[in-house]
Design a protein around this ligand. Sequence first.
Ligand SMILES: Cc1cc2nc3c(=O)[nH]c(=O)nc-3n(C[C@H](O)[C@H](O)[C@H](O)COP(=O)(O)O)c2cc1C
Length: 173
Amino acid sequence: MPDPMDRRPFRDLSYGLYIVTARDGERLNGQIVNTVIQVTSEPPRLAVIINKKNLTHGFIKRSKVFGVTVLDDSAPMIFIGPFGFKSGREVNKFEKVKFKVGTTGCPLVIEHALSVLEAEVVDEIDVGTHTIFVGDAVSSETINPGRPLTYRFYHEVLKGKSPKNAPTYIKEK
Ligand SMILES: Cc1cc2nc3c(=O)[nH]c(=O)nc-3n(C[C@H](O)[C@H](O)[C@H](O)COP(=O)(O)O)c2cc1C
């Protein structure tokens, strides 16, 4: 079937890149997302969009908390790779990265990090393949000075791809 959509307008949307983290008891996990937004200022409220197939999805659903690391543009592909292309079902993503444990118990990655935040889930919106988790911020901290890693920089400079579980994935024709 030919794709009736012009895909260029979708690629024109701009994003940052983040690691969203979660825990399930003692198990820690995290994944790359481009879909963290601040939804309201009062209260400071965030939303993240997570594919239902990801290990992180079940962790957030059960624990009702998540962490966010805002990545800086020093993050190389070798660092991004495990978080964006591997599942925590196969690898322990926290074995080799620097992190601390936040007040919610979520791991917060502090390497290649501008800042970290944590949120408690107050709403979940089922949008088909993904869930939008809305959370009230319960902590926030600046980690390092620097420039945020943007989706554009990721594609153009790091030559990164969008995998199947990313909301921005486009099927090869
Ligand atoms: C650049 C980039 C952006 C991504 N954005 C999202 C996203 O917004 N939401 C999502 O669910 N997955 C996204 N992904 C895919 C997940 O990071 C990937 O499926 C990960 O392996 C899931 O890990 P897990 O099974 O350990 O949770 C993105 C991946 C990359 C590389």
